[in-house]
Each structure stands twice: as C-alpha cells, then as structure tokens.
Design a binder for this molecule. Structure first.
Ligand SMILES: Nc1nc2c(ncn2[C@@H]2O[C@H](COP(=O)(O)OP(=O)(O)O)[C@@H](O)[C@H]2O)c(=O)[nH]1
Ligand SMILES: [Mg+2]
Length: 383
C-alpha cells in the first residue's frame, strides 16, 4: 500500500446506532460530531491519524428511501473525486471508491436485526462485492454480545448477496456504570486490523507498523478515558475542604486505573490497583501544589483533584505500555508502584499547576475548575 493511500470505509446504520462515536474513537484526533453540517449535507469524511482508513459518516439512512438516495448520491460524488479512482479504472463506475462497508448494528436492537440488515443492504447493494463488516455497537455486556453475534449471523444468512467478512462487537467509548465501574472501549483495534486484512496491499504493512498502529490506538483510547476522569475529578473535587485528606477520589482513581489496564489487556490484581491508588505520591503531589495557593478554595481544590487524576492516569499508561511490551511483569507490584509514583511526581502538570496558582491566586473565584484545568493543560502541552 502506498504511503498516503487509505481505505475508504462507508459507515452506515440507523440514527443513534453509534456511527459518529465509533468514527471519533478511531480518528486519533478530536473530531466534533454533529458540528457544521449543512441541511443538505449527508456525509462527513474523517481521516484517521492512527490507521490508513478514511471513514465516511452517513446521515439519512433512517430508512426513508429519498434520504437514502440523496446520501448515496453524495457518496458517489465524493468517491468519484477520490484519487483511488485511477487505480481502479477497470471497475464499473458505481463501484469506484468504497473499499469496505461497516454496518453498525446496535446490540440492544435485537428483534430488528434482520429488518435492519435488509434495509442497509438495499441501500448499498450496488456495491455488491465489497467486504462488509457487521459492527455490533454498544456491546457493553459480554452475555448479550455472545447472543447477538449468533442472532446477527442468522439474520445475515437470510439476506443474499452480502459479502459479510466478519461480525465484530465494539464499545467505542467507555460506558460508565458508576465512578468505579466502567466498561472499557473494546473491539476497535480488531475491527481496524481485520478491515486492513481484506486487502492484499494492506497486508504489506509490516508487523512493526501494525503494532505501532495498535499501540497508538490504545494510547489514544486511554487518553480519552483520562480526559473524562480528569473532568469528573475536577467537578467532584471542587469542595471547600482541605484537599489532601480527601478520600472521595478513590473510587474514581480505582476505576481509572482498572480501565487503563483493561485497554492494554493487562491482567492486573486488585492488590496492584489498590497499591497504586493508595500510594503516597498522590497526596504528596496534592500537598505540594496546594502550598502554592494559601487558603485554597473550592475552585483550586477541584483543579488539584483534576491534576492528580490526570497525573495518575498518565502514569498508569506508562506502566501499562511497559507491561504490554514485556519490559516488566505485572506481578512486580513494588516496581510498578515505584514507576507510577515517580511518573506522578514528575508529570509536568504539577509544575504547570503551581505556576498557574502563583500567578492567578486571586483571579480564580469566578472561574470553574474545569476551565482552569483546561488552561493549565494547554500551557503544559506547549512546553
Ligand atoms: N458510552 C457509550 N456511548 C455510546 C457508544 N456508542 C454510541 N454511544 C451513544 O449513543 C448515542 C448515539 O451515538 P452516535 O454516535 O451519535 O450515533 P449515530 O447517529 O449513529 O452517529 C450517543 O449518545 C453516544 O454517546 C459507546 O460505545 N459507548
Ligand atoms: Mg452521527
């Protein structure tokens, strides 16, 4: 596959199935969903920065024939303009451009699987030979997922002329049950790798490149989860009590540590998680930062809560990658806790927060912790 060549993936499925969420999860950059859509515009195109994949997000597949027709027309217009065109000159006009189709089927929509699949097939049957993946979105429950795979397999058997390659359950975005219990994003790497595997050209992507893509995806997913936890910590930490004694962050910190381990497939023990969350590094860092702002109020406390959760999350990513790459074993609890502690203490968010407090101590009362945290994160990233 040439350096700048990308597969065009058509993402279809009913409204609310999770198309935009899935695309956002593999994009590798913050993409705004639902922003800047013209009334007549039926497609949005997103290039992943992680995978050689370009996703075409469709609207108007809500099973109104006219809307579908308009969407298809725009897809054709778009794909014809693609550079891909030239390499496929011997292919019929209608088939230009789309390389793969992802059917997004919501796991909870059980009884309508067959109906759903038939309608999607009707809309796209001009692209007959193209590989199709059934993506079971919102696959939060393992039990339901096993049943869904079976039911969807059967539904596809009743619909002819679909080149179904695989059925892949995904969770595109963490699913929050409570602060401590969350379902981790999953299935994304599997979907992307198997999509690439449909193409001889993509098979040439060497092992090293593939591993890098998978790791980049994990890192991106973990960072999204950390951003969410940081914002939650900022909100629940915004209380006017002396901060370092706060135990109310423990459920959130525990949930964050576990979900990052799960993203990296780390087979963690509870002892490991508890040792990480219970390490004194978090308290030490919180105390150090708070020294920069005498008589800290609710806003400052929220900022500190967010900063330490961010530092914790990023430190857990560091050790998860070491474990994932076989540099350290998950049973080496003390070593892992040391690495996490050092990474927390050395995270540049600490000095960025101290600097901010020293400069802005008296300007914070009418701000929100979240705004302040975002500002501090920006100054940190500049360095
Ligand atoms: N937590 C979580 N929510 C999801 C996931 N996929 C979709 N959603 C939610 O389901 C709703 C519809 O998703 P969206 O991507 O906008 O669907 P679209 O209409 O097919 O683009 C949104 O509120 C999403 O946040 C997921 O994997 N995890
Ligand atoms: Mg959408």
């Amino acid at each position: 596959m040439a350096e700048n060549q990308k597969l065009n993936v058509l993402v279809i499925g009913s409204s609310g199935a999770g198309k935009s969420t899935l695309i956002k999860a593999i994009s590798g950059v913050e993409v705004l969903t639902g922003i800047g859509e013209g009334v007549t515009k039926k497609i949005d195109v997103y290039e992943s920065t992680i995978w050689p994949i370009r996703c075409i997000d469709t609207k108007g597949f809500e099973y109104n024939i006219f809307e579908q027709w308009k969407t298809i027309k725009q897809i054709k217009k778009y794909t014809k303009e693609q550079v891909n065109k030239s390499k496929k000159e011997n292919v019929a006009d209608e088939e230009i451009g789309i390389d793969v189709i992802w059917y997004c089927i919501e796991g909870t929509s059980g009884r309508t699987f067959e109906h759903n699949i038939k309608l999607m097939n009707k809309a796209t049957n001009q692209w007959k030979k193209i590989p199709v993946f059934a993506v079971i979105t919102k696959s939060y429950s393992d039990v339901d997922t096993r049943n869904n795979i079976e039911a969807i397999k059967q539904a596809f058997e009743k619909v002819k002329d679909i080149n179904l390659v695989n059925i892949i359950p995904v969770v595109a975005e963490e699913y929050v049950i409570n602060e401590e219990v969350k379902v981790e994003p999953k299935g994304i790497e599997d979907l992307c790798v198997k999509t690439l595997d449909c193409f001889e050209e993509a098979k040439d992507i060497n092992k090293e490149n593939r591993d890098r893509m998978i790791l980049n995806q994990k890192r991106f997913t973990a960072n999204e989860v950390i951003a969410g936890a940081t914002a939650s910590a900022g909100a629940i930490g915004a209380v006017p009590i002396p901060f370092p004694d706060a135990t109310f962050l423990i459920p959130l910190e525990t949930g964050l540590t576990k979900i990052i381990f799960k993203i990296y497939g780390v087979d963690y023990s509870l002892e490991l998680v508890n040792s990480i969350v219970g390490s004194t590094a978090l308290t030490i860092v919180a105390k150090t930062i708070l020294k920069a702002i005498p008589g800290a109020g609710a806003v400052a406390n929220g900022v500190v809560a967010g900063a330490i959760v961010l530092a914790l999350g990023e430190a857990v990513v560091v050790v998860s990658e070491l474990i994932y790459n076989g540099k350290i074993d998950v049973s080496q609890v003390n070593e892992i806790v040391d690495i996490v502690s050092n990474n927390i203490k050395e995270n540049p968010i600490v000095s960025a927060t101290i600097n901010y407090f020293e400069k802005n101590a008296n300007k914070m009362n009418n701000k929100k912790s979240k705004e302040v945290l975002e500002e501090i994160k920006r100054t940190r990233n500049k360095k």
